[in-house]
Design a protein around this ligand. Structure first.
Ligand code: PLP
Length: 391
């Protein structure tokens, strides 16, 4: 069968082959420690589940009306963004989507012409460059400095901007590094960006799972000019342990939201109606459970980071959000005879029985991603195995 160039040129998930292999080994009875998870190991809080069940019982089983999101969900998004992020939006500026990935996909489809450039900071989330390429755009990858934990400096960002730059994607806290931009750093980036005619996609997926006292700052909350160029993207997936529900949202300029909504009418027809009712409960109900998960992830992150840093030759940014550590393990490549993170992760799985994600998937081949969305016991056991493997 002849498949489209669009799909054949798409990079397949680097994690897939390894997770299939890890699954097969586990089925054969091998005790695998998996650090591959990109989702919380918690269940969705009970009140959110109840809201979905009640919506189903109340007959909310038809198409979402309108396709861009039911009014109650849009209003809940406005309430949340005003409460937590100091962002004032009206429902007309909001779209509800089937997952944050869809929100990013729709935004890029709405903005990018073939040949247009979209700036990404490495390490980047795996889907960003592929989504840009699907629109015919060119991902422009900017690599920050390791001593700054790869956070972009304003001059690095400025140097990457060209007349073809249509958008910049910021992701704080970051998947895969767990690194967060401080409010001061967000303001410094905005100083460079507000002068330019471009859109800033602020991916705030892990915003609620930020461990620093000062927290992070939504790009759109920096100033009026930053607000005018910001698309604020967030999802229920990680904060509310709802990855399987496929429910997220974006808020921004009316014309961009309207364009994304138009695309949504011809693609998914929107997020499932009863999950939108659950989103209302997630965003406006009791937030206690989010705090419980955040505290637990923070404890586990500290444990994993300390254990990784105790291994000779390993350097690791301090995770200040999300649930990932991103250690640089490249000091061991020559001795192990591996040519990069993919071969490293294959050997790690075969010989140490630990599943991790190669950093090459995120643009940095010296690193691996290890998720602490698993129990402290598994973290202890897995990092000890890595230490022995590297020792
Ligand atoms: N953005 C980042 C940085 C992510 O890590 C993820 C999921 O892993 C998403 C967006 C999309 O999440 P979802 O599509 O589950 O809402």
């Amino acid at each position: 069968m002849k498949l489209s160039e669009r799909v054949t040129s798409l990079t397949e998930s680097a994690t897939l082959a390894l997770s299939v292999r890890a699954g097969r080994m586990r089925a054969e009875g091998v005790d695998i420690v998996s650090f591959g998870a990109g989702e919380p190991d918690f269940d969705t809080p009970e009140p959110i589940k109840r809201a979905a069940v009640e919506a189903l019982r109340a007959g909310h089983t038809g198409y979402p009306k309108p396709t861009s999101g039911i009014p109650a969900a849009k209003q809940a998004v406005c309430t949340k963004l005003a409460r937590d992020n100091n962002l004032t939006y009206v429902p007309e500026q909001v779209i509800v989507t089937a997952g944050g990935k869809m929100a990013i996909y729709l935004a890029i489809q709405a903005l990018v012409e073939p040949g247009d450039e979209v700036i990404l900071a490495a390490p980047y989330w795996v889907s960003f460059p592929e989504i840009v390429k699907l629109a015919g755009g060119k991902p422009v990858v900017v690599r920050g400095d390791e001593p700054r934990d790869y956070r972009l400096a304003p001059d690095q960002l400025a140097a990457a901007i060209t007349p073809r730059t249509r958008a910049v994607i910021l992701n704080s806290p970051s998947n895969p590094s767990g690194v967060t931009y401080s409010p001061k750093e967000v303001r410094a980036l905005a100083e460079v960006l507000v002068e330019r005619d471009l859109v800033v996609l602020s991916d705030e997926t892990y915003e609620q799972l930020c461990f620093t006292q000062e927290g992070t700052l939504s790009y759109g909350a920096v100033s009026e000019r930053a607000y005018a160029q910001a698309l604020t993207i967030n999802t229920a997936s990680k904060s509310y342990a709802m990855t399987g529900w496929r429910i997220a949202y974006a808020a921004g300029p009316v014309e961009l939201i309207a364009a994304m909504a138009k695309l949504q009418t011809q693609t998914t027809s929107g997020a499932a109606t009863f999950t939108q009712h659950a989103l209302v409960e997630a965003l406006t109900g009791d937030q206690t459970q989010v705090g419980v998960m955040r505290a637990e992830f923070r404890r586990r992150g500290e444990l994993m980071h300390a254990k990784l840093c105790a291994i000779s030759g390993v350097r690791c940014p301090t995770p200040t959000g999300a649930f990932y550590c991103f250690p640089n393990v490249s000091a061991a490549y020559a001795r192990l005879g591996v040519d990069g993170s993919k071969a490293f992760c294959e050997r790690l799985l075969e010989e140490a029985h630990v599943a991790a994600v190669p950093g090459i998937a995120f643009g940095l081949d010296e690193h691996i991603r290890v998720s602490f969305a698993t129990s402290p016991e598994q973290i202890e056991k897995g990092i000890e195995r890595i230490a022995r493997f590297l020792g």
